[in-house]
Design a binder for this molecule. Structure first.
Ligand code: HEM
Length: 496
């Protein structure tokens, strides 16, 4: 009898919990109905297999429920903001500039909140200040960075020359080393050779990890217990394997600095180690070795994959718009001439090139939902209540395709960034680097790397799709960012 009563009580409790779990908070933004434990995960997954991409799922739902879309995926409340005006309005509000917490967002940082990308408050403020100050100190936006990019552009051109002599070149990861080197020079004070096996292996897993994750953290964020039940199928084992590889690589880079300590820091790692030793004994310091490791991880991931994929996609667009290749080469020949390589000071005289790169960044679907934010308290947004800890996603794809601001947004048209005199016309409605206090701190480096590596390759090579490998697939892989699929180009050196 006692057992029966306990069983009945248990069942009643479960039923009540299920009922409670389906009820949306009062004034929660509109969205699909919730099931107990799952929220609207089943509908979301079904749409994902139909649409293929997470950003298309949220756009399909936003069409039905509106630009402030309320979801619950597993135990996680998620609100997606779309359209240009709303995104700009909401992302600038302090209360929406936290970062999500939880198993998935901590697994990469030893179960703690470390680094710059997924931290808040004191850790984030100090890490961000330290990073921007020291990236500047070691070259960001300065002659040092520009000189380094001249070297990287030359090395890239030489590397492509060698590869192209053996047939079509596999392009989707070809910019990895050049892009990483421009950043690593400031962080660790050295560059990698194209033949460096160790860094190549790490770069392969960097591509893997971006495809394995999504901006919502995937199933491991919504149902973290699954890692115990199905560690292989949930992706947990793979995620750990990848992280161990990157941690190992970063650990060696830091050890190299620890073995040669310097009171006169040569790079960001040196400066962090010096800060650690100055603050040793201070219990509240954020300057500890784990934080250094995760800061390097954040910069390594955020700083390499984004620029690499933008470049790879830029050349993909160029290969399907050969008329632009000719136009850009004519512009470069007129300004730079055939006897030297393009350098950053040429930029103001190359409006068409600048417009082409600006249109790529608008049109390209690189991080359509950006990096997830978190509501740090209960907030009213218009008539809706967004509860504390809700994950906030900003649909940057909708910003870049908003009909109110862009004429025929689905057409690739660099001319929209040129004025009547053919001069470059900036347009602040394009937000490839985000907005507000979380705005990308690597923008200067990214813009210079894109310009230098792009113009040098265009200046020295003609290119066409390698027909023997078929037409390139323009549909990228889904993931934390969208990654271009492998494609081959036939490169031929232009005469000097
Ligand atoms: C084409 C290249 C790049 C693009 C399109 C890009 C874009 C973005 C975007 C959209 C964000 C998120 C802003 C938000 O959360 O609202 C971001 C954050 C970030 N980016 Fe970049 N980025 C690029 C290159 C770089 C580079 C080269 C670095 C290296 C220094 C970098 C480091 C970071 C970091 C550390 C954050 C996190 C900032 C924070 O949470 O405070 N990014 N980036």
């Amino acid at each position: 009898m006692l057992y029966l009563t306990i069983l009945l009580l248990l069942l009643t409790f479960i039923c009540l919990y299920c009922l409670y779990d389906c009820v949306k908070p009062k004034n929660y933004p509109p969205g699909p109905a919730w099931l107990p434990f799952l929220g609207c995960l089943i509908k979301f997954m079904r749409l994902r297999s139909k649409c293929g991409y997470i950003y298309l799922v949220v756009q399909e739902l936003a069409r039905i429920y509106g630009p402030i879309l309320g979801l619950k995926l597993g135990n996680q409340k998620v609100v997606v903001i779309s359209t240009h005006d709303l995104v700009k309005k909401v992302i600038l509000r302090e209360e929406f500039n936290g970062r999500p917490d939880g198993f998935f967002f901590r697994v990469r940082s030893f179960g703690k909140r470390k680094g710059i990308l997924f931290t808040e408050d004191n850790t984030w403020t100090q890490c961000r200040r330290f990073t921007t100050r020291h990236l500047r100190m070691f070259g960001l936006g300065q002659t040092l960075m520009k000189d380094q990019l001249v070297i990287e552009a030359r090395e890239l051109v030489d590397h492509l020359q060698k590869l192209s002599e053996h047939g079509p070149v596999l392009m989707h990861t070809i910019f990895d080393i050049a892009v990483l080197n421009a950043l690593w020079f400031m962080i660790a004070g050295h560059r990698f050779d194209y033949e460096d096996q160790k860094v190549q292996e790490v770069l392969v897993v960097v591509h893997d990890v971006f495809r394995l994750m999504d901006p919502l953290g995937g199933v491991m964020s919504q149902m973290p217990f699954l890692r115990f039940v199905i560690p292989e199928q949930s992706g947990y084992n793979e995620l750990m394997r990848i992280h161990k590889k990157i941690w190992g690589f970063l650990d060696e880079e830091i050890k190299m600095h620890e073995n040669e300590p310097s009171d006169n820091p040569r790079d960001l790692i040196d400066a962090f180690l010096l800060e650690m030793s100055n603050k040793s004994g201070d219990e509240d310091t954020i300057f500890d070795r784990e934080n250094l490791m995760i800061l390097c991880l954040d910069l390594f991931l955020a700083g390499s994959k984004t620029t690499t994929d933008t470049l790879a996609t830029t050349f993909l667009f160029l290969s399907v718009h050969p008329e632009w290749l000719k136009l850009l080469q004519i512009e470069l020949d007129g300004v730079v001439g055939r006897s030297r390589a393009p350098v950053e000071t040429d930029l103001p005289y190359l409006p068409m090139t600048e417009a082409f790169l600006a249109e790529v960044q608008r049109y390209l679907i690189l991080a359509p939902l950006g990096v997830p934010h978190r509501a740090t308290k209960d907030v009213f947004l218009d008539e809706y209540l967004i509860p504390k800890d809700t994950i906030m996603l900003f649909d940057f794809h909708s910003v870049h395709n908003d009909n109110t601001y862009w004429e025929e947004p689905d057409v690739f048209r660099p001319q929209r960034f040129l004025d009547e005199q053919g001069q470059f016309r900036r347009n602040n409605n394009s937000l490839p680097f985000g907005l507000g206090k979380r705005r990308c701190p690597g923008e200067l480096l990214a813009r210079s790397s894109l310009f230098m590596l792009f113009t040098n390759v265009v200046h020295y090579f003609n290119m066409e799709i390698a027909a023997e490998y078929g037409e390139p697939d323009l549909n990228a892989y889904d993931g934390f960012t969208l990654s271009p699929k492998p494609y081959y180009l036939k490169l031929t050196r232009r005469s000097d």
